[in-house]
Design a protein around this ligand. Structure first.
Ligand code: MN
Length: 201
């Protein structure tokens, strides 16, 4: 049973002007596709071939760098497409909104903390909003690591993430990562994030 590249749940140009269509085409069709293919190649013929991606990541310290990098890449991008969408943005409501207020003081304080994590992650990586057993925290990780991995400093369920690899923004924003992070707020599908939060608690 091989992992499959998920379809984008919207058109390539659906996130414009915040994320351009060409970036989405390359990011999904080339980068995510390559992580998926390389993950399948790395687990082929091993006892991981029938495992869930979550189980593979939870035991990542025992697996090869190829499985770590491509398993993370497969999972992280799938989540990334799911938590974005057209006609999105705004602020979270309900239980998720309350949990954010409880953890960070306010939505604005959360945004500041998340944007700082995204801006200060050196090189390639991700910034995350993570549901731990004790509430919500913001963290970041290098490369394709994530908080589901047993090697992660902060462990929990990622419910929102931003890809800060240059391939995620360079065509439209060049070196201006903070502008890309600012634009990201306009494409967050908070209903999807709230679903992930509800499933995590
Ligand atoms: Mn990426």
């Amino acid at each position: 049973m091989a992992f499959e590249l998920p379809d984008l749940p919207y058109a390539h140009d659906a996130l414009e002007p915040h994320i351009d269509a060409r970036t989405m085409e390359i990011h999904h069709g080339k980068h995510h596709n390559a992580y998926t293919t390389n993950l399948n190649n790395a687990i082929e013929g091993t006892d991981l071939a029938d495992s869930s991606i979550e189980d593979i990541l939870a035991g990542i310290s025992g697996h090869s760098p190829a499985i770590r990098n491509n398993g993370g890449g497969f999972y992280n991008h799938r989540l990334f497409w799911e938590i974005m969408g057209p006609d999105a943005g705004g602020a979270p409501a309900g239980d998720l909104g309350a949990a954010i207020d409880s953890a960070f003081g306010s939505f604005e304080e959360f945004k500041n903390k998340f944007a700082t994590a995204a801006a200060t992650r050196f090189g390639s990586g991700w910034a995350w909003l993570v549901a731990t057993g004790d509430g919500l925290v913001v963290t970041s990780s290098p490369n394709q690591d994530n908080p589901l991995m047993d090697i992660s400093e902060v462990k929990g369920t990622p419910i929102l993430g931003i890809d800060v690899w240059e391939h995620a923004y360079y065509l439209n924003y060049q070196n201006r990562r903070p502008d890309y992070v600012s634009a990201f707020w306009n494409v967050i599908n908070w209903d999807a994030v709230a679903e992930k939060y509800a499933a995590s608690v």
